[in-house]
Every structure is written in C-alpha cells, then in structure tokens.
Design a protein around this ligand. Structure first.
Ligand code: PFF
Length: 455
C-alpha cells in the first residue's frame, strides 16, 4: 500500500521529532511533580522503581504510539480508525483516540492553571518579592494568589494564549520553530541551575537523597505513584506521542528515538532534583513538603541565598518554557482532528478548542477559591481532573494502545514500521508490549482504584 501523507506537514528531520517529543515530555511533571513525589516517597528507592517503570512500560508504549501515529499519519482519532481498518479490525478503535483527546483537554485545564502560577512566579522573582522572605511570607504570597480568582484567571489566560499562538502557526512554522528555540534554552538553564546548586555546599546531600535507596521507605502506593508518573512524564496514553509520531520521517528508527527521548526526559527529572534538593537542604527546609515544594519551599531557599533572585528568576523561566512546550502537545491531537474533520482553518480550530480549554481551566482554578466546595466524588474539580486523567484515562489509554499494537495489529505492519530496528530489539519490544506492559498497567490500575474507593 502507498504510504499515507500528513496534511499537517512533517518534522524536518528525526532530530526535530526528538526535540519536539522531548519538549512534550519534559514539563511540570519533571520539575514540579517528580521532585516532590520523590520527596514524599522517601528518595532513592522510589527513583529506582520509577526508572524501572520507564524502561519496562514507558518506552515500549511510547514506541507503540509512534507505530500507530506514523502508520496513520493523522490525528489519533483518525489514525486509530484507519490503522485498525488496514489491519482488518473494527474501526471503532477510533474511540481510543477520542478518549485521548478528552484526556488531553482535561489535563490542559489544570496544567495551564499551574503553568499560570509559574508565570506569576517569574514576575515575582523579577520583582524581588521573595528576597529575604521566610516560609510564612512566601506561603502568604502563594495562598494569596490561590485565593484570588482574578489574578489566577489573568495568568491562566496569558498561558492559554501563548499555547494557542504556537499551535495556530502549524507544525513547521509554529511547533518546530518554537521547539528550536525553547529546547536549547531549557538545557542551558538546567545546566546553569545545576552549577548554582553546586555552590550551596549541600550538593552531596541532595544527590544522596535522590540516589541512596532505602527500601524500607517504599510502600505499595509508591509503586503506583511511580508507574502513573512514568505515563504522565512521557506524555503517554492520550495520543500526544501518536500525533507527534504522525509527523515523523519514515526512515527514522522508532526504538532509537524512543530511548533518546525517554533518556532526556529522565535526565531532566534527575537534574531538576539535583538542582532543587541541595538548595532545600542548604536552607534546612523539608524535602517532603508536597506540591508546595516548588512554590513555597524553593522560593524561601532562593530568597535566603546570594544570587538567589537571579537564579530564582532563571528557575521559573525554565519551568515556564518546559510547561509551554508540553501544553502544546496536549491540544495538538484535538486541533489536528478538527482540521481533518471540518472545513476549518488551523486558526479557527485553535480558537474554538483554546476557548474550550480556557473555560474548563476556569473551573479548575475556582477549586482554590470560590469553588472550593464544588465536590465530585469527594474531590474538588482540580483534583478530580488530575485523578481521572493520571489514574484512569492515561493508564487505560496506554493499556489499550499496548494491547492493540501487541495483539490486534498484524506483525507485518509493526515490523514494517520498525524496519530500521534490529530483529532482536523488535522481539524484545513485542514481548514487553504484549505481556509485561499490559500486566503491569493492569495491576497498577486495579490497585489504584481499589485504594481510592475500597480502602
Ligand atoms: N509530560 C508532561 C510533563 O511531564 O509535564 C505532561 C504531559 C504533556 C502529559 C502532554 C501528557 C501530554 F500529552
């Protein structure tokens, strides 16, 4: 059969795909979530389990998504439909694409709210708000911001607009150009912050915290958190890698690129930990502070250190860039679908979908103020979006993708897409995607639901 062409364009090279996919995966998950869940789950042992999840589950599912995307060359909804038809299967596999687009929308809503906080902190560090401030003062700034819907709406709106500007310019002029500037800047900033952490005198303690494995601190729940995070951090289970794969050149190796992206994502997560924990220890603060680690603990640390204002500013700038390039990929599956399905321009699709994501985000930000007691299943709307996506939709999406590619897709198709990869690698991947990944995800999925609703 003749190879399909994407109507949206394609990445200039394999390296552009790698940068774009890394831009999607490196985000708030790496810099905000990873350090705090590592802190909450006791450090080194958790990091080991997380690395195992990336290798045994994350990378194989990543590859499965790219196989379908590159074969289908369309939005996940249409790629799933057409690849299923090509495989002689039920076209209703497109529902998997629908579920992914929905998950992307829901993540976008709370992601852009937190990204808005980050933008506000860029502004605060520029202003010197945190210079010399203690935990109480910084806590008051953070709580004050959360309690004020107008301020939150302002930053949320700015962030949504930033994302939509990039998306509306399309693959080559928008995503690719943005990535070419953002990713090198991001890497330089990470290195600068690492060097700054080296000057604190507590670098060794930070590294020890991340890498000394104490398994007595590891609970069953930590394993669940580690696997869920592997999905979130690699942007899996919702079609982001599928849609980025649909713009990937045919001659690029899927396994090779998947390993580079997962490697870079892991490196940035570890580097973020190594940049953050030494500062926390140097200022006698608590590494287990939870979600407030980046928004309260860290500004206190910066506020008490020489050069803290400049490096605090660079830190939040780095987080903004990381969040921005990730949020773009949350919406691309839906934008691509709309352009394929209706006679609308990319601009119009972005306007409609951006407005939808913005409204949903208003609901999420109200959870911290006027909507604090609008509860769904005992959770506020923000926590509900986070729970339903990270614990239900992403694992389910990943599981179904692994099953589809491992069991329903004939080997001639997956083998053809992986023709650049050697035969032994292909067999290992098939083993992981057929057995190991689905079983691991299923166990975690069920255990997660059990712990939430039955315990
Ligand atoms: N991988 C992103 C992060 O770690 O922050 C979050 C994310 C982006 C999840 C895009 C899913 C996605 F499609």
């Amino acid at each position: 059969m003749q190879e399909r062409q994407s109507i949206h364009g394609s990445w200039a090279s394999r390296w552009t795909f790698i940068l774009a996919a890394t831009g999607s995966s490196v985000g708030l998950g790496n810099i905000w979530k990873f350090p705090y869940i590592t802190g909450e789950n006791g450090g080194g042992a958790f990091v080991l389990v997380y690395l195992a999840c990336i290798a045994a589950v994350g990378i194989p599912i990543f590859m499965a998504e790219v196989v379908v995307g590159r074969r289908g060359r369309q939005s996940p909804i249409h790629s799933m439909r057409d690849v299923a038809l090509e495989a002689g299967r039920d076209p209703r596999w497109s529902w998997l694409g629908w579920m992914g687009a929905l998950a992307g929308f829901m993540i976008f809503a709370f992601y852009s709210v937190v990204s808005g906080w980050v933008l506000a902190y860029v502004f605060h560090t520029l202003n010197g708000t945190f210079n010399g401030a203690g935990s109480e003062a910084v806590g008051a700034v953070f709580d004050g911001m959360l309690g004020d819907p107008t301020t939150l709406t302002l930053w949320h709106t700015i962030f949504v607009a930033m994302v939509m500007v990039v998306l509306s310019r399309g693959i080559s002029k928008g995503l690719e150009q943005a990535i070419r500037i953002m990713m090198p800047s991001l890497f330089v900033l990470v290195l600068l912050l690492l060097m700054y952490a080296l000057t604190t005198g507590s670098f060794g303690r930070g590294v020890e915290f991340l890498f000394a494995a104490d398994f007595s601190k590891l609970s069953w729940n930590s394993v669940l958190v580690a696997l869920g995070h592997a999905f979130f951090t690699l942007s899996l289970g919702m079609g982001a890698m599928m849609v980025y794969g649909s713009y990937m050149p045919k001659n690029a190796s899927i396994a090779g690129t998947a390993m580079i992206v997962a490697g870079l994502d892991t490196l940035v997560a570890l580097a973020a930990g190594m940049a953050i924990f030494p500062l926390v220890f140097a200022n006698q603060l608590d590494p287990g502070a939870g979600p407030g680690l980046m928004f309260v603990t860290l500004p206190v640390a910066f506020g008490g250190m020489p050069g803290g204002q400049v490096f605090g500013f660079l830190f939040f700038l780095m987080v903004s860039i990381a969040a921005w390039s990730s949020a773009v990929s949350l919406m691309e599956p839906a934008v691509a679908w709309m352009v394929e399905r209706f006679p609308v321009s990319r601009n119009q699709a972005c306007l409609v979908l951006g407005a939808g994501g913005w409204v949903l985000g208003l609901g999420a930000l109200a959870s911290f103020n006027i909507g604090a007691d609008w509860l769904l299943f005992g959770m506020n709307f923000f926590d509900f979006l986070d729970f339903v996506t990270a614990n239900l939709l992403l694992p389910l999406g990943g599981l179904l993708t692994a099953l589809f590619v491992g069991w329903w897709l004939p080997a001639r198709i997956s083998r053809d897409e992986m023709s650049r990869d050697n035969a032994a690698g292909y067999s290992l991947w098939l083993l992981l995607v057929r057995f190991i990944a689905p079983v691991a995800v299923l166990v975690v999925f069920v255990a997660n639901l059990y712990s939430k609703f039955a315990a």
